[in-house]
Design a binder for this molecule. Structure first.
Ligand code: PEP
Ligand code: MN
Length: 293
């Protein structure tokens, strides 16, 4: 179907995202990145720091999460910070360090792109490209990222409805890329005193009814609190998540970004072993390498 013919489809909840809709594609899509498989009964864990900070930090964390059972490494080289005075990421230097960590651990990497200018550089290093919550509605960025052909991790906008999120995914599929994993990462509601966001578990359950694409959960940004991440990870699995993305730092107290929501490698290891029973209960299969340590 051409983009022109798709755009003529009348607006109606189930028909406005024809490529993403489960109506047009009843079977689950499975997205594979290295050893990680998401969707169709497969489950995988992505873990790593919010931001790549140094060689020592990324290597130590990468080895820790690999041993605990993660299938992919995360880490931001370009960071969308609320304040221009906060650490903005190491840029290309951060991408090089991620590549080094991949070489040492075998873990494929996912990292965020914020600006169209950086897409070809990021695509040279990344195994999967992350679209962050602030960029979910940057439609030109979505089109260009789709065209790289790389798998895409599409986070839900913090103010976005489920329909808007699915329409952003439709932009990716309409531009020829169906290797898309959706990620619920919390939305803004009114309690910001205790919680950074409201982690919307119903979006995962509802999402599975509406779309064939895999949906993973990010309880780190979803809650903003390391002490809630284990419980909400288990809850996300029960709600049907096809995987998790978790912030892990070798020394959370010293992290340059999102330390309050980052697990230590030891806590992450403990969580991975608790998770496995829940994943089994859901009838899902861990991707290879999990719990290998
Ligand atoms: C991140 O993953 O570190 C990040 C910035 O995520 P989000 O876009 O969901 O805030
Ligand atoms: Mn973060």
């Amino acid at each position: 179907m051409s983009i022109a013919s798709l755009s003529s489809i009348q607006e109606s909840p189930s028909r406005s995202y024809p490529l993403v809709s489960r109506q047009s594609h009843p079977n689950d899509t499975v997205v594979t990145v290295g050893a990680a498989r998401f969707g169709g009964g497969h489950f995988a864990v992505i873990a790593g720091p919010c931001a790549v900070e140094s060689r020592e930090q990324i290597l130590e964390t990468a080895h820790g999460v690999r041993e605990a059972g993660a299938q992919m490494l995360r880490g931001g080289a370009y960071k969308p910070r609320t304040s221009p005075y906060d650490f903005q990421g190491l840029g290309e230097g951060g991408l090089e360090l991620l590549a080094l960590a991949r070489e040492e651990t075998g873990l494929p990497i996912v990292t965020e792109v914020m600006d169209s200018e950086d897409i070809s550089l990021v695509a040279r290093y990344a195994d999967m490209i992350q679209i962050g919550t602030r960029s979910m509605s940057s439609f030109r960025l979505l089109q260009k990222v789709a065209q790289t052909g790389k798998p895409v991790l599409l986070k839900r906008g913090m103010q976005a409805s489920i329909r808007e999120w699915l329409l952003s995914a439709e932009y990716l599929l309409a531009n020829g890329n169906d290797r898309v994993v959706l990620c619920e990462r919390g939305i803004r509601t009114h309690d910001s005193e205790f919680l950074r966001n409201t982690f919307d578990l119903s979006a995962i359950a509802l999402g599975h009814l509406e779309t064939h694409l895999p949906i993973i959960a990010d309880p780190s940004h979803g809650t903003g609190r390391a002490d809630l991440v284990p419980t909400m990870s288990l809850a996300a699995v029960a709600a049907g998540a096809d995987g998790l993305i978790l912030e892990v730092h070798h020394n959370p107290a010293e992290a340059l970004c999102d330390g309050r929501q980052s697990l230590s490698p030891a806590t992450f290891t403990e969580l991975c072993s608790r998770l496995s029973a829940y994943v089994d209960l859901e009838g899902k299969q861990w991707s290879p390498f999990c719990l290998a340590g």
